[in-house]
Design a protein around this ligand. Structure first.
Ligand SMILES: [Zn+2]
Length: 202
């Protein structure tokens, strides 16, 4: 995955993996979720941190009030497709509809169209990047992946936090159990505080 991303970035310099900045960027994918999103919002509020939530259209339709809460807490909302199927080898019309229908859902609830798109599984092709750009949006991947979806509360301690560097876009999920998602976010916040790193939304 790493090498192709480098290649893609030559053609699409705006493909975001890191930001030239001294801050960190927490991102949460696959929500909103009835189990964990609200608790993450409370945790972020406690530390006065703004993050970015890449939501799925299917979940926005299910939990519109949660999307409203995310917006009310002044986090950035990004589009993560409607159904979370890989866009590799998919018809262009289907991909466009997935992105645009999710944009419409988000816009109907929060009043603006998201600027950022994160492809499911981080799968990108040149034509996908071109299409996202033609919709006036920017594609965002990530640069630090704690692999939270594979973790249990016990293996959270194995995350190599020292590899986090300034400008990193950190990939987290708000559809995991609170037992994993909350201590993970708390650990990252503690690490950032110890190293005088701030968080910003995209
Ligand atoms: Zn995802």
């Amino acid at each position: 995955m790493r090498a192709p991303v480098k290649l893609f970035r030559k053609i699409f310099p705006t493909l975001l993996c890191t930001i030239p900045s001294t801050s960190l960027y927490l991102t949460f994918d696959d929500g909103p979720s009835q189990f964990t999103t609200e608790a993450i919002l409370e945790l972020l509020k406690q530390f006065d941190i703004r993050a970015t939530f890449f939501v799925l259209g299917v979940n926005v339709r299910r939990y519109p009030a949660l999307l409203e809460r995310i917006a009310k807490h002044q986090h950035t909302i990004g589009n993560h497709s409607y159904m979370h199927t890989s866009f590799l080898f998919k018809q262009k019309s289907l991909v466009t509809e997935e992105i645009e229908s999710t944009n419409r859902l988000i816009e109907n609830i929060v009043g603006y169209k998201p600027k950022y798109f994160r492809p499911p599984y981080g799968h990108i092709t040149i034509s996908l990047l071109q299409m996202v750009r033609s919709l006036g949006m920017e594609t965002v991947l990530w640069s630090f992946d704690p692999k939270d979806y594979k973790r249990t509360p016990k293996t959270l301690t194995k995350i190599k936090l020292h590899k986090i560097k300034k400008g990193d876009i950190i990939l987290c999920h708000d559809n995991l159990s609170q037992q994993v998602a909350l201590p993970l976010v708390r650990t990252i916040i503690d690490y950032a505080n110890q190293n005088s790193l701030q968080f910003l939304p995209l």
